[in-house]
Write a protein that binds this ligand. Structure first.
Ligand code: GTP
Length: 365
């Protein structure tokens, strides 16, 4: 089975972390999302993956050395400077996919959907497109489906108001397509699968839904990204999740600390902390409810609570970083700096003075 992975979006809602990495390479439990997706695909009869990306993302995926010998990965590029949305990249990969039914996966979804079962259902009902559906409390941020008893989607509405939503079943960003799908996607322009193609297919009775009850998370926003990391941490917590060589360090489970990281005396790590590779933590540091990516340095007496810290960030002494702060890769936070709730720092920015709160919500300092 072939799978097309859509991973050429800009991930604007994940800035500033997405300024320097595509969503598909955001780490979950210290491994890129793409690693988890490839593992899942291998276990579900996928033997060839086509990454629909821009050149920058392809470069970064290659750098990440995730290529697996037992699964073939090739690339289908969006035209330079011309993102094609969620439909255009499918059409663009037509030559590679036109011979058989195939999977299409959004590259920002962490899920345990059984792709093989999805494909089986799709073929059994003879759909042109089958959308994996997931039940959520508030469907208004997603595409919502009204499902008939026979699995047909009667209506598909993208981002309806809470009142207008026909159900709580949302588009999980995982699809099975028959090659006839290509006839529904105009060539050479940006196309929204959700707004242009799915509504048309549902009118024609050719769109089906496959309900998935298990694990599902869209990492499209930082809050969700942190949440799925900490949820997975709660499942994977174990005695060997942290190196044993620390003296006088209090580890409050669940924590995951890479073997190549170091934590100094009198520090308290956890609960709910992930430290990536080669993180250095000084003395008397406290970290809670946070994801700290690789190569970060955190000096003595600093406190971090509820934040995501990008790769290779340097944080000085006596710093306080509060909830919902996001620090872009390679930023420097000077000694004694206080960052109030929700402050975002741009990649490689030097911050030498305190920032009390994120008054300008969208602003990245
Ligand atoms: P935001 O800017 O934060 O909305 O994110 P996004 O546009 O990257 O993501 P969105 O949720 O809209 O897209 C769903 C999936 O489609 C993601 O995996 C994206 O990477 C992918 N995608 C979105 N636009 C494009 C595009 O123009 N080209 C390609 N190849 N993939 C895309």
């Amino acid at each position: 089975m072939k799978a097309l992975v859509l991973a050429g979006g800009f991930g604007t809602r994940l800035r500033p972390l997405s300024c320097t990495r595509p969503k598909i390479l955001f780490p979950i439990l210290n491994k890129p999302l793409l690693y988890w997706m490839l593992e899942k695909m291998k276990a579900n009869d996928v033997d060839e993956v086509i990454m629909a990306v821009n050149r920058q993302t392809a470069f970064q995926i290659k750098q990440s050395k995730l290529q697996k010998s037992d699964i073939k990965i090739s690339y289908s590029f969006d035209p330079p400077g011309k993102p094609l949305g969620t439909g255009g990249p499918v059409k663009r990969a037509e030559k590679l996919l036109r011979n058989d039914d195939f999977l299409a996966l959004n590259g920002d979804i962490f899920t345990d959907i059984n792709y093989a079962e999805l494909m089986k259902f799709h073929k059994k009902v003879g759909a042109i497109a089958t959308i994996a559906l997931h039940k959520v409390d508030d469907p208004s941020r997603y595409g919502v489906a009204e499902l008939a008893d026979d699995g047909r989607i009667l209506r598909f509405i993208e981002k309806p108001t809470a009142k207008m939503a026909p159900s709580n079943l949302i588009n999980a960003g995982v699809y099975a397509f028959n090659p006839k799908i290509f006839e529904y996607i105009p060539k050479g322009r940006k196309v929204s699968m959700e707004r242009e193609v799915f509504p048309k297919l549902s009118e024609q009775g050719a769109l089906y839904g496959y309900v998935h009850d298990g694990l599902w998370s869209d990492i499209g926003e930082v809050k969700e990204y942190l949440q799925i990391n900490l949820y997975m941490l709660s499942l994977y917590s174990c005695d060997t999740c942290a190196p044993k060589h620390f003296d006088n360090v209090e580890l409050k489970k669940p924590v995951l600390i890479d073997d190549k990281s170091f934590v100094g005396n009198d520090s308290i790590i956890g609960p709910n902390v992930i430290l990536g590779s080669k993180v250095y933590v000084g003395r008397n540091v406290q970290i809670r409810n946070s994801v700290i990516m690789s190569g970060v340095e955190i000096l003595d007496n600093t406190v971090i609570d509820g934040a995501v810290i990008g790769e290779n960030v340097k944080i000085g002494r006596n710093v306080k970083i509060n909830e919902r702060c996001i620090i872009g890769d390679y930023a420097i936070i000077g000694d004694n700096v206080f960052l109030g709730e929700g402050v975002s720092i741009c990649p490689a920015k030097e911050v030498l003075e305190s920032i009390s709160s994120a008054i300008f919500n969208a602003k990245c300092w």
